[in-house]
Write a protein that binds this ligand. Structure first.
Ligand code: KG4
Length: 333
């Protein structure tokens, strides 16, 4: 089954064609990151307008690159929540029209379910159940993935998402948006013990996390140093900051895997591209006898293929959208 899938929830427009949930025939992406970099973050209206400009071009390009014809498309899928509402609306409206024009079913896909499904593309043998840590620019969730379409959030950030914390830290260090990758590069060779940052423990649910205190600690450290005219060891700050994020994520995930009895741990989302976090997860999984899955770098960030992968399983579960499908800024998993 060939699914034409669209993603437009933030600053990447993407159109992909995925076969049977596991095989990428093409994955066309137009990143707007350079457009937003001058503003230091995503400007929602610019994002929406850029999606409008590029989505039909990407759809056409996807069909050509996959070497198929329009009549070969069996369904259309779209990431319909959560995200920047004006941006999501562009993908939803285009996908509805495409499904209508092609006369095929329309499948709505939750963006974070898509991130999780990126792993199905990378690991043909991976099947639920497993535990997943989804870490992106807007979400930080520990998810009990019981089946392809049956999942439950067992922990979440109470405030900022991990990716947001990377981006704010990058901004205070005058690194261009999107900052996560820049922090990753800067931290190479830094001393992760040089600066001590707080790792928040949240009352109540042991799997919940918090990153706003860490963000504030970094901002205060940088501002205090500037006021005193002291030079910051930027590489070590980036390394110490990344260690603090990783130390918030990895032990919690290991604890949850143990308590839920999972042997498979999946990491997903843009922040899963971080080299330190990947290495720490690998080491912790090896130590605890767990199998670790993390997508290749190009499937960590937003892409259309992950939406096409999840859409296949949503389709099998009977999920369909009508032509009244709407976009949602927030939505439960
Ligand atoms: O999954 P994603 O592309 O978009 C959302 O669905 O939110 O994630 C984007 C986030 C941004 O905050 C970006 O800075 C972060 O992922 N990111 C990284 C790295 N690459 C991207 N964070 C840390 N290290 C990286 N190498």
């Amino acid at each position: 089954m060939k699914i034409l899938a669209f993603e437009s929830t933030c600053d990447e427009t993407a159109a992909a064609i995925v076969e049977d949930g596991r095989k990428i025939l093409t994955d066309q992406i137009n990143s707007q990151a350079d457009l937003h970099a001058v503003y230091g973050g995503v400007v929602p209206e610019i994002a929406s307008r850029c999606h409008v400009e590029s989505i039909s071009i990407l759809a056409q390009r996807a069909i050509e690159a996959a070497g198929i014809e329009k009549k070969d498309i069996d369904a259309v899928a779209v990431s319909y929540a959560p995200g920047l509402i004006g941006a999501v609306l562009v993908g939803v409206n285009f996908a509805k029209s495409a499904a209508l024009a092609l006369g095929v079913p329309l499948i709505p896909v939750h963006h974070i379910r898509g991130h999780i499904a990126a792993n199905y593309l990378a690991y043909p043998e991976l099947e639920p159940p497993f535990l997943c840590l989804a870490i992106s620019g807007g979400n930080t969730l520990l998810v009990d993935v019981r089946d392809y379409t049956d999942m439950k959030i067992i922990g979440a950030t109470r405030d900022d998402a991990a990716g947001e914390c990377f981006d704010k830290t990058a901004r205070v260090l005058d690194l261009p948006y999107p900052g996560g990758k820049r922090i990753d590069e800067l931290s190479q060779g830094g001393d992760d013990t040089k600066y001590h940052f707080p790792i928040a423990h949240v009352d109540g649910n042991p799997y919940d996390m918090s990153f706003s205190g860490l963000k504030t600690a970094v901002i205060n450290l940088v501002h205090n140093s500037q006021q005193k005219g002291e030079e910051i060891d930027r590489a070590s700050l980036a390394a110490s900051f990344t260690k603090a994020v990783s130390d918030s994520l990895v032990p919690r995930t290991m604890m949850a895997a143990k308590e839920l009895g999972y042997k498979k741990v999946v990491v997903a989302g843009g922040v899963a591209a971080n080299s330190r976090i990947r290495a720490d997860f690998k080491a912790a999984c090896d130590k605890n006898g767990l199998e670790m899955f993390v997508p290749p770098l190009k499937l960590c960030g937003d892409n259309g293929a992950m939406i096409g992968a999840q859409a296949y399983y949503e389709y099998l579960a009977g999920t369909r959208a009508g032509s009244d499908l709407n976009a949602y800024a927030t939505m439960d998993l």
